[in-house]
Design a protein around this ligand. Structure first.
Ligand SMILES: *Cc1c(COP(=O)(O)O)cnc(C)c1O
Length: 374
C-alpha cells in the first residue's frame, strides 16, 4: 500500500507567475487609483494577448462564461445552436441562459471533439449556429464545421477555453470561426484569477462586444447598445500580463509531467493516455487517461483509489451536459443520439499536472493507478 500525499493534489491547481512583478504592477495600479474601466493594464493585456494569438482583437472580460454569452449575443444567435454535450456545462448554460436551446451533437470517440457528421444530423430550420469546443486543447475539426456552417448559412464560433497556446493545422487557435472564447479561470492553463476574452479578426464584432461588456456606453451620458457588465478589472489584467511571461514555463512543466505519466503508465493493460500531436503547438494542460473495459479496474475504482491517496483526479465531463438536470428535463431523450459521448464520459480520468507538480510526484501518482489496476 503506498502512502497518501500529505497535501491534496488537485486538477487545475493555479499556475502563478512572478509574484514580485505582479505586486509591482498592483502597486502602480493603487498609485493611479484606476481599478477598472478600460485602464492601462487592461489595454496592455489585450494588446499582448492579441499579438500572442495573432488576431486583430482581444476583448477581455470578467470570466469565460460572460465572454461566451456576449459572443453568442453579438453574433445574433437564436433558436437552436449545436454544441457538444461533452464539454464544461458553461458552453450549454451560456445559450440556455439567453433563451437559446443548446442542441447536443455527438463526438468522435478518438478525438473527443464534435463529429461533423453528427452536427449535420442535428440541423433544423431553427438552427442559427454551431459552437465548436477545442476539447483538451486539441483543435475541433475547423474546416469541416466551417463547410457545414457555410452550406447552411449558420454562424460558427468556438469555445477555446482549453486551447490557449495551442495550434490547429499550424495556425494558432483564436482566429477560427467568427470568434473564439477563452477562459482565464484560476484552474486553467493560464489565469487572471478569474477572467476570459473573446478574440476575433472581425472589427465590427469586436466593437459591438466592447460596447456590450460596458453597458453599451459610448462615452459619458450616451448609451447606444444594450449591454451588461462584463469588464475585466485592472488587477486581473496585471495577473494576465505577469502570467503571459510565464506561459513557456507552464508549457515546459506540463510537457515534462505528461511525458512522465506516459513512461510510468506504459504497459498497464486497458489504460490509454491520450496523445498530443507533436506537429502542433500544445499547452499539455490536459492529461487524459482512458480506461477501457479490459482494464482490471473500472474508471470509478481508479478514481476512488486516487482520492483515497489525496489525489483529486477528476471525471470530466461526466455525465455529459445532456444528463445534468436543466438539460435532462428539457431533452430527456438527448442521450439516444449521443452514444460516443456516453462511452467517452464513462471512461475518462483527468490527471493533475502543472508547475506545482514534479515528475517524481507523477511517478508516485502513476504507481497508485498501477496498483489499482492490479
Ligand atoms: C472553464 C470553461 C468555461 C467557463 O469559463 P469560466 O472562465 O470559468 O467562466 C467554458 N467552457 C469550457 C470548455 C471551460 O473549460
Amino acid at each position: 500500500m503506498s502512502e497518501a500525499f500529505p497535501e491534496t493534489i488537485h486538477v487545475g491547481r493555479p499556475n502563478i507567475g512572478d509574484r514580485e512583478a505582479f505586486l509591482k504592477l498592483a502597486g502602480e495600479m493603487f498609485d493611479r487609483r484606476w481599478l477598472s474601466n478600460n485602464g492601462p493594464l487592461l489595454q496592455a493585456f489585450e494588446q499582448r494577448m492579441a499579438a500572442y494569438l495573432g488576431v486583430r482583437h482581444c476583448v477581455a472580460m470578467c470570466n469565460g462564461t460572460i465572454a461566451l454569452e456576449i459572443a453568442i449575443r453579438a453574433l445574433g444567435l437564436e433558436g437552436e445552436v449545436i454544441v457538444p454535450s461533452y464539454t464544461f456545462i458553461a458552453t450549454a448554460h451560456a445559450l440556455h441562459w439567453q433563451g437559446i436551446t443548446p442542441v447536443f451533437a455527438d463526438i468522435d470517440p478518438d478525438t473527443h471533439n464534435l463529429d461533423p457528421g453528427a452536427v449535420r444530423r442535428m440541423i433544423t430550420p431553427r438552427t442559427s449556429g454551431i459552437i465548436g469546443v477545442h476539447l483538451w486543447g486539441r483543435g475541433a475539426p475547423v474546416e469541416a464545421l466551417q463547410a457545414i456552417a457555410d452550406e447552411h448559412g449558420l454562424q460558427l464560433m468556438f469555445d477555446a477555453a482549453h486551447a490557449l497556446g495551442c495550434s490547429y493545422g499550424g495556425r494558432m487557435i483564436g482566429g477560427f470561426g467568427r470568434a473564439e472564447v477563452l477562459s482565464f479561470h484560476a484552474t486553467k492553463f493560464f489565469n487572471t484569477f478569474e477572467g476570459g476574452a473573446v478574440v476575433t479578426n472581425d472589427d465590427e464584432l469586436a466593437e459591438t462586444m466592447r460596447l456590450m461588456r460596458n453597458f453599451g456606453f459610448a462615452g459619458f451620458d450616451n448609451v447606444i447598445h444594450p449591454g451588461t457588465n462584463g469588464k475585466m478589472i485592472e488587477v486581473c489584467a496585471a495577473m494576465g500580463l505577469v502570467n503571459l511571461d510565464y506561459i513557456d514555463t507552464v508549457i515546459e512543466a506540463n510537457r515534462r509531467n505528461w511525458l512522465a505519466y506516459r513512461d510510468a503508465l506504459a504497459g498497464i493493460p486497458g489504460l490509454r493516455l491520450m496523445p498530443y500531436d507533436e506537429a502542433e503547438r500544445n499547452n499539455w494542460q490536459y492529461v487524459i487517461l482512458e480506461v477501457d473495459p479490459d482494464c482490471r479496474a473500472t474508471r470509478d475504482e481508479i478514481v476512488a483509489e486516487l482520492h483515497r491517496h489525496n489525489v483529486l483526479a477528476r471525471k470530466y465531463f461526466w455525465p455529459g451536459c445532456h444528463r445534468m438536470k436543466p438539460y435532462r428535463d428539457l431533452q430527456p431523450h438527448a442521450g439516444l443520439v449521443l452514444p460516443h459521448t456516453e462511452t467517452v464520459a464513462a471512461r475518462v480520468i483527468v490527471m493533475p499536472t502543472g508547475t506545482t507538480l514534479d515528475p517524481g510526484q507523477v511517478g508516485r501518482i502513476s504507481a497508485i493507478v498501477g496498483s489499482a489496476c492490479g
